[in-house]
Design a protein around this ligand. Sequence first.
Ligand code: NI
Length: 157
Amino acid sequence: MAIRKIQTGDAACLYKVSKPVKGFDEKLWQLLDDMAETMYDADGCGLAAPQVGILRRVVVIDCSEDRNDLIEAINPEIIYTEGEQGGMEGCLSFPDEQGYVVRPRVAVMRALDRNGEVFERRGEGLLARAMLHECDHLDGRVYKTLVIPTPDEAKED
Ligand code: NI
């Protein structure tokens, strides 16, 4: 395993659409291992392959407090959402920044695991937010484009 360099700010790879994964082989497993190590090292709760310069549809997520609920998702799709939640959001590609983003409160993600087996995962709250945020990265969309004033800021206008 190795820690990969996280691309930040204006790096072109953050704004491109990633391609689906076709091969479930050593190269993919190495990428998944490295992405998890990189995410944990940076103390993030999610990382998408384009953030390490790889334009493939691969994300890792762990929103658990004790960092023991690693989700590896290949070619993920959000197949269901419900409700709404507003909250502050950040991204390892924009260190030391945060913004208020409204997302669905619940999301269901369908993806392939590292062996190419399909699975579904339902998330609420932070996990739903992370799944939506990471899937956005695969389409070259960063959370900063979704930031709106907080309810308090909006009141002041
Ligand atoms: Ni991000």
